[in-house]
Write a protein that binds this ligand. Sequence first.
Ligand SMILES: [Fe+2]
Length: 279
Amino acid sequence: MKLKVLVDNNTLIDRYFEGEPGVSYYIEEGDTRVLFDVGYSDLFIKNGEKMGVDFFNLDYLVLSHSHLDHTWGLEPYVKRLTEEVMEGRALHRSKLIAHPGVFDSRTFTGEDELGVTMDQDRLKKFFDFHLTEEAFWLTDRLAFLGEVPRLNDFESQSPIGRVLVAGVYQEDYNRDDSAMVYVSEEGLVIITGCSHAGICNIIERARAVTGIQKVRDVIGGFHLLNPPERVMDKTVEYFKNLGAPKIHPCHCTDLGAKIALARVVDLGEVGVAFEMAYR
Ligand SMILES: [Fe+2]
């Protein structure tokens, strides 16, 4: 499995790509090509094409959750695909994998939209939808985790805005938030978007879905932005016991959280164009 970071908040010295506060990863596993999240703008296309990614030949588009910094690249993506069709290229339809709640409207004030802004019917012209709360295996070794049970008592305790469900706004605990896992020869490699479900809950979900306990690496947003002391302490304790040889927190993991985690686990830097590979 090879993963390339197309979009992250961070950029790397001497690598001339741009960043934005969003997430997009390109993943190859055997012959299977996967786009995981599309960032906030068309930046994932600009960066990805410089890295040689062929966006017209993907098998899967996986969305970690609905938020704008992970899904607002959908509009430029569909525009780009439309341009290719107009140039006479036959459309290679890919499967869109996400939690069914990913298209629910989300807001802080009622006026702002935090979730997916694209019309589902328009998206269905390009993608075959597979929205599921269950885990979904893209290959023998690469899975979408589906809905993540909130098992512990310290993560995902406060809502982020409100979500419109059956015509009624309710506090949004991001039920749609999911992640991916790759079963490597050295243990699980967990790939997250924002971890609103909680990074520890997500790792436990990956263990339950795969039946494998050993964790090799975790890359993505950990949703640790000025967290309450108890959340940070419990998370550090969890990682101390996890035994992962290295982790790659990025995106929505702040400096204080990285410093705290680095006391108990080897922590690698992430930025646009960062690549990882596991057999
Ligand atoms: Fe995010």
